[in-house]
Design a protein around this ligand. Structure first.
Ligand SMILES: Nc1ncnc2c1ncn2[C@@H]1O[C@H](COP(=O)(O)OP(=O)(O)O)[C@@H](O)[C@H]1O
Ligand SMILES: [Mg+2]
Length: 441
């Protein structure tokens, strides 16, 4: 009589379990059987790691309660694989009959990872890699992969729902979340990083449980991430404009927004000569509709580089709005940004300095009137989606917005909210501001 089968991989799980690349990320959508797969993979399933007395595996989650879930799963599965296996609760570690070990760990804060300093593992896995906002813990752990035994290779494994940018970059994941492979040549040794997407539909064990129907009721962005495995709608939990950007998406206001030659194109700048310069190109249509048609972001370039890039575009320009620091004189040239831009033929208005929180409040109110060009303003959309509050490590309370790659575009948008009332299309009537006709139509 054959033994009852306790756990049999789905086809997608088999693909993950038999993968030989140095680093493999399994996941994307929810319910594809990721956690189950990584728990089995930790056994060194493909090469019988658990039968080798020198095999050491480390399986990490962000927090201890999350880890509990995985431990419970191994309590069901591992003794069936190796009846001699025993779990040491104090160490949170499995010891197999060969002497091989599988250790559970969590890294709530980045420096927690130093507890593994000086240790070596042949298999390291992270379940829910997306809970790590930066690459720090993952990269540090790769340095703990080392094998004393030539018959044991080293593997880095992880699972993830669509998550932070660094993960997409590391594994070369596309917005649609298709399978991908990145190859790196390090002094002749080729390192491979592979992404294997999995979907709920790959896991028949959740069929007919109502789980799919529950996911179908989620708001658009979550549904697209968790059911369709899309990576371009990733939600940052402390994102400042989370609700506003969700509304923009739900309304279908990210779409082609062509330049309308009948309307002036105004620009709003966040100035950064040492780091990022961000320029938003916007047209104000009837009823205060804001047509965000283009976006320019670059770093460490001189001012004339941006002006030339703008002049090369076929836009009918109105005013360039720059923040308060645009009025200060540069210590080397003795000229302000405003003066330099004006000398290059631009119409410039310097905005007053305002409080960041007030600016954010104003910005929240203009989203409902904004349309974003889906191609040309991608960088801005990304910035608005990921601009986030800092989080107090102890209390979990939100603090000031974080200054990072996303904050420049988001700052420019905040300035846009301050000055959009001053944007017009040339026919002034009784209004105070007048614009010279640049005659570029
Ligand atoms: N190969 C399998 N055999 C039996 N049950 C499975 C298998 N793969 C996954 N499951 C079950 O399906 C459910 C979802 O799997 P899980 O690994 O938690 O998904 P994910 O981590 O991708 O959300 C769990 O109840 C899990 O035990
Ligand atoms: Mg899981």
């Amino acid at each position: 009589m054959s033994e009852p089968i306790l756990w049999q991989p789905t086809d997608k799980q088999s693909e993950f379990l038999s993968a030989t690349e140095d680093e493999v990320l399994f996941g994307g959508a929810a319910g594809g059987g990721k956690s189950d797969a990584i728990v089995i993979d930790a056994l060194g399933a493909a090469f019988d790691g658990w039968k080798n007395p020198r095999y050491r595996a480390l399986l990490i989650r962000r927090s201890f309660p999350q880890l509990r879930e995985l431990i419970d799963r191994t309590r069901v599965i591992y003794p069936a694989v190796d009846p001699g296996a025993s779990f040491k609760e104090a160490d949170k570690a499995w010891e197999f009959s060969s002497g091989a070990k599988m250790i559970f760990g969590f890294c709530e804060r980045d420096p927690d990872v130093y507890q593994y300093q000086g240790q070596e593992f042949q298999w390291i896995g992270i379940d829910e890699l997306g809970h790590f906002p930066t690459a720090f813990v993952y990269e540090y752990l790769t340095s703990r992969l080392r094998s004393p035994d030539k018959s044991l290779s080293c593997y880095m494994r992880a699972t993830c729902n669509p998550g932070p940018k660094w993960i997409m970059q590391r594994f070369g994941i596309t917005k649609g979340g298709q399978a991908s492979l990145v190859q790196l040549d390090v002094e002749g040794r080729i390192f491979k990083r592979r992404f294997i997407p999995s979907f709920l539909s790959d896991n028949r064990h959740l069929e007919g449980t109502g789980y799919r129907e529950r996911l179908l009721q989620l708001p658009d962005a979550e549904r697209q991430m968790l059911l369709e495995g899309r990576w371009d709608v990733y939600d940052v939990p402390s994102a400042v404009y989370k609700d506003e950007m969700r509304q923009v998406r739900d309304d279908g206001r990210i779409r082609p927004v062509p330049h309308d030659p009948m309307l002036k194109t105004h620009t709003v700048w966040d100035l950064g000569f040492a780091d990022y310069m961000s320029v938003i190109f916007v047209q104000r249509g009837p009823d205060g509709v804001l047509r965000v048609i283009d976006y320019l972001q670059d770093n460490r370039k001189p001012l004339d580089y941006y002006i030339r890039a703008m002049n090369a575009k076929p836009y009918n320009y109105g005013t360039d709005f720059i923040p308060h620091d645009g009025a200060s004189k540069h210590f080397l040239t003795g000229k302000s940004t405003k003066e330099v831009m004006e000398a290059m033929g631009r119409n410039v208005i310097v905005l007053p300095r305002t409080d960041v929180d007030e600016g954010i409040k104003l910005a929240r109110m203009v989203f409902s009137r904004a349309y974003f060009d889906d191609r040309k303003t991608e960088g801005l959309i990304e910035a608005l989606q990921t601009y986030k509050y800092g989080v107090n490590g102890k209390t979990g309370a939100y603090t000031q917005p974080v200054h990072d790659d996303a904050s420049h575009g988001a700052d420019a948008f905040r300035y846009l909210a301050m000055c959009e009332g001053q944007m017009n299309n040339g026919d002034w009537g009784s209004q105070k501001l007048t614009y010279p006709d640049m005659g570029i139509i």
